[in-house]
Design a protein around this ligand. Structure first.
Ligand code: SAH
Length: 269
């Protein structure tokens, strides 16, 4: 018998097979691929993934669902399952194990750990080719937001730094069982191997963006005075009267590089 959904692991099972096939078809990576699925659940995506020429590695935290998946899919030679927490998984050793394969991540992911999952993927932007993720619609909007919109923030900056992102489809709450409170959406990430090539000091860049957005109503000259002395800020050829949501990614990089030039010895310690 199929296991019952458990709330604490964010289990909302997708019931729409057409959409499952569309998500799998959104994979666009040179074969052979390594497809890592986060939280396969009862395997609605898994069965379509296994039909593609890939090595499949599912990562499922729930022992009951893991058993169910092993029983259902054991006959497929390309099926592998790790009964594990994706957040503690050593992705680098998985990439090494399947070297020669293009790594792709897919998943209808548990909403309560969306942020940690995304930042884990961003750490591997050099190795990962692509990710196709179902997230809350509101989060999908924040990932793909443009400067000037109220959704533009830390998530947009880091998503769009490490990847080219596309909002693919809105998915109504009724397509899941049990039905979640909110609608979902599928987002596609194409990771950029050269993402940080123009950033002189990544630690400074990250600190800059985080500090500015922690006080998003304030002008940059005020929020950044927490990090840098006034004399340094006054010397910058950058308009610090802006609020953070008005500043596009390329300008954040410029600003971080200007700050790095002014204070190279203070950073990266
Ligand atoms: N992909 C399935 C299930 C989505 S529900 C579908 O579309 O129907 C989210 C799934 O993630 C559940 O199977 C849940 O058990 C699993 N999960 C939750 N936290 C996890 C974690 N930290 N690591 C791996 N899987 C997790």
């Amino acid at each position: 018998m199929a296991p019952r959904p458990k709330k604490y692991w964010g289990q909302h099972f997708l019931m729409d097979h057409h959409l499952a096939r569309q998500m799998v078809a959104a994979i666009d990576a040179p074969p052979p691929t390594l497809v890592i699925e986060i939280g396969p659940g009862k395997g609605i995506l898994t069965r379509y993934l296994l039909d593609t020429p890939c090595q499949y590695v599912g990562v499922e935290i729930d022992p009951e669902l893991a058993d169910y998946l092993r029983q259902t899919f054991q006959a497929f030679p390309n099926f592998h399952l790790l009964e594990a927490d994706f957040l503690s998984l050593d992705l680098r050793s998985l990439f090494e194990q399947y070297s020669g394969h293009t790594p792709v991540v897919i998943g209808n992911i548990p909403y309560n750990i969306t942020g940690p999952i995304l930042f884990k993927l961003f750490q591997h932007y050099r190795e990962l080719h692509q990710a196709i993720l179902m997230v809350q619609k509101e989060v999908a909007r924040r990932i793909t937001a443009s400067p000037g919109s109220k959704d533009f923030g830390i998530l947009a900056i880091f998503s769009q730094l490490y990847a080219r992102v596309r909002y693919l489809w809105t998915v109504p709450a009724g397509r899941f069982f049990p039905r979640p409170q909110v609608d979902s959406a599928v987002v596609q990430f194409h990771f950029r191997k050269d993402a940080t090539a123009t950033i002189a000091n990544e630690a400074l860049f990250q600190r800059l963006v985080k500090t500015a957005f922690q006080q998003r109503r304030k002008m940059l000259k005020n929020s950044l005075s927490l990090l840098f002395p006034k004399e340094v800020l006054n010397k910058l050829p950058f308009d610090l009267n802006l609020r953070p949501e008005q500043v596009p990614l390329s300008d954040w990089i410029q600003l971080a590089n200007q700050l790095h030039q002014q204070t190279p010895e203070r950073e990266g310690q």
